[in-house]
Design a protein around this ligand. Structure first.
Ligand code: HEM
Length: 420
């Protein structure tokens, strides 16, 4: 591929060429230096990108980097995420629901917020959900042929999206008839035109506020009821805004990412018939296959920004106090210093289904809360799709698949296939 377009030494993270194949695109950036400069549209503060496996893991577990720029001693740091949110024309009254999440908190605040929901996502709770995830997947597969037009069905629209959104909505306590709204709002949130995000965000916040009122009078056996209880019993533990923010975070973090792991993963398997055949022949490989697909085509390219609370040296370069840095997971996952022949997809690469080496779910204190759930959904999604349809043929060549251009994310717009 051609060299990613840069402005001087500044990487354009929305360069369509880089977005087409971020995994290979980053190899040149990673080999040039351990840190690169980058810019997003509408953003004035340049950011650092850290690209090598060991450095990415180190930054994500180094307490000298904080997620909340207000935690930088001295003059603080300019909040790059806030700049980006502002550039998208989102009014401050709604923006705070995107800016004050568990991912933007450090120290005791982060622990408090994370602890409130972590019980719902432990390996044990996730295992208990498995039969339900299988049932949802089965229902979607039953209906797939009915969605075909001229024999072609879009797996993103009719399988990869509905599975995780159904799972997370059931878990949180959002009724079936309201779920299509969330699909639409999710679509609206990634639109980049200024102002486009305001309406879906406003509607989502209003929806959650209403749902909280309803659950207060009619408690149910769901995560939202549990959060409301924590809030009402001890108001110090969770403010109203935090309660709404947490629900938004869980639903948004819990469905789009998983949908695109399923989409990218199925596309990758279809493009590698040998690997697909091996997985069909031995479904016990599924947990290892999911680890490898997370590495090879994980949907999250980079983490939230971290801010240096003091000067930090990385590979002979210095990130100054207050400067923002993004950990490039896509780049770390293709680092030849860590993975032999990283461009090769090999579903047997990880020796053990329980452990992962890739950094696609992040690392350190903010390691993905939903990783066990996402892995299980992906295992079920791949396993049941393959066992239901003995032949699945891509209706579009891999290089012609349309991508959605969303910063720091890697996703397909559509995945048209023929099923037999
Ligand atoms: C955090 C990726 C699915 C909830 C993260 C982070 C990554 C990530 C990279 C860390 C970001 C950072 O450090 O800046 C993914 C991927 C998923 C996925 C690739 C699917 C394939 C889920 C699901 C949930 C979820 C299903 C469900 C609830 C969260 C939450 C955090 C998080 C709440 C914040 C944790 C914290 O700040 O302590 N995720 N995620 N994610 N993820 Fe996921």
């Amino acid at each position: 591929m051609s060299t990613p377009r840069t402005d001087g030494d500044v990487v354009d993270l929305l360069d369509p060429e880089l977005m087409r194949d971020p995994f290979r695109g980053f190899s040149q950036i990673r080999e040039r230096a351990p840190l690169a400069r980058a810019a997003f549209p509408g953003q004035t503060t340049p950011v650092w990108l850290v690209t090598r496996y060991d450095d990415v893991a180190a930054v994500l577990s180094d307490r000298r980097f904080v997620n909340d720029p207000a935690g930088v001693p001295g003059t603080g740091a300019s909040n790059v995420r806030e700049e980006l949110v502002r550039a998208r024309g989102i009014p401050a009254e709604y923006a705070r629901y995107l800016l004050d999440t568990v991912l933007d908190a450090d120290g005791a605040d982060h622990i408090r917020l994370r602890r409130l929901v972590s019980r719902a996502f432990t390996a044990r709770r996730v295992t208990e959900l498995r039969p339900r995830v299988e049932r949802i997947s089965e229902d979607l597969l039953d209906r797939l042929p009915g969605h075909a037009r001229d024999g072609v069905v879009d797996l993103i629209e009719h399988y990869a999206y509905p599975l995780p959104i159904t799972v997370i909505c059931e878990l949180v306590g959002i009724a079936e008839e309201d779920r299509p709204l969330w699909r639409e709002w999710g679509r609206g949130l990634v639109r980049m035109e200024p102002g486009a995000v305001t309406e879906p965000l406003r509607d989502m916040i209003a929806f959650v506020r209403d749902l909280i009122v309803r659950r207060r009078s009619e408690p149910a056996d769901d995560l939202l009821t549990g959060l409301i209880r924590a809030h009402d019993e001890d108001g110090d533990r969770l403010t109203d805004t935090e309660l709404i923010t947490m629900v938004l975070t869980l639903v948004l973090a819990g469905h789009e990412t998983t949908a695109h792991l399923i989409g990218n993963g199925v596309a990758a398997l279809l493009a590698h018939p040998g690997q697909l055949g091996a997985l069909r022949a031995d479904p016990a490989l599924l947990p290892r296959a999911v680890h490898e697909l997370m590495r090879w085509c994980g949907p999250v390219q980079g983490t939230r920004f971290r801010y240096a609370a003091e000067d930090v040296e990385i590979g002979g370069m210095t990130v100054r106090r207050g400067e923002p840095i993004m950990a490039m997971l896509v780049s770390a996952n293709y680092d030849p210093r860590r993975f032999d022949d990283p461009e090769r997809l090999d579903i047997t690469r990880e020796p053990d289904g329980r452990r992962e080496t890739h950094l696609g779910f992040g690392h350190g204190l903010h390691y993905c809360l939903g990783a066990a759930l996402a892995r299980q959904e992906a295992e079920v999604a791949f396993g049941m799709l393959l066992s239901r349809f003995p032949r699945i043929e891509p209706a579009v060549a891999p290089e012609d698949l349309e991508r959605q251009l969303v910063p720091a994310s890697w996703r397909l717009a559509r995945l048209p296939v023929r099923l037999n």
